[in-house]
Ligand binder design. Sequence first.
Ligand code: TXA
Ligand code: MG
Length: 315
Amino acid sequence: MKKVDLLNAERLLRAGEVVAIPTETVYGLGGWINSREGLEKIFATKERPFFDPLIVHVADIESAKNLTTNWTPLHDALARAAWPGPLTLIADKENSIDPLITSGLSSVGLRCPDHPLTLELLKKIEGGIAAPSANKFGKTSPTCAKHVSDEFNDSVSILDGGSCRVGIESTVAGVIGNLVEIYRPGFFTAAMLKDILNRAGISAEVKYAESPVAPGQLKHHYMPKIPLVIVPPDFHWEKDHQKIEAILGKKFHRPAFWDQPEKVELASRELYESLRSFDEKGHDIIVTKKLPLHESEEWFGIWNRLGKAKTATLI
Ligand code: TXA
Ligand code: MG
């Protein structure tokens, strides 16, 4: 594994290299926002299409403000309550931001991550670090340094900050007047954002966007190497496996069952690690149940990822 310390991480970023950085959500593949070379390497390393914009990670609210032309009271209230933390805020972009970061959009995604190492790195390097999740495009996001080195065959320098506490990517939210729209669900739910705004004396509507407005929000994403199937609560492998085999057109002999922990925080921390480990243990299919408990809002983030990672559903 190509581990680097803070000093070398900073040096590499300034020299136009990419470095994998730890955050509380997932590991990011970072490039310095002022280095065209570094930004290009992010896309090349991930094999990511240029239409999918990158999130810019900043040290604090002041640094975020320098990158936008319309930091509204809503942005400010949300950032004050949620940062450092798993919330990405979309705002109109400052002219100086490289269009490669924003895929040519007039807005930019900004987030201050809650990880001591990356916060320290961000304080050293001016501007910010653009970083998508450190995985090949469309694949499962990494939640520890080993996932990153496996994904890129040891070719990427990694600032090792341990395992990610949250485990799924940040909530992405845009502000349109007095409306906050969630483009990607995550730890922060609509109810939580509304509550934050209320407490700041701002009455706003917060809702989930219906269609994928962000270019990167594709139908298939986060895919493990083996098929993932979502089944109803009363599913039994012995009795029901033919239904899956009929849909997928082949037989399976080594099913893995992901029993989701009842606590949403634990389930989200385990999600990507579980999907990867079933792959590695030689299973040929992953099965997970959708229970009534999973209908509530805190679970939207997990089910959004499972919905995109799945090959089929029996519900
Ligand atoms: O938790 C996270 O957000 C992680 C860590 C590394 O911070 N990063 C992450 O990046 O998940 P990525 O590239 O996998 O997802 C970024 C997504 C884009 O696909 C897009 O959907 C949305 O954020 N996004 C970025 N900029 C946007 C913009 N200007 N407008 C709308 N959506 C944007
Ligand atoms: Mg990603």
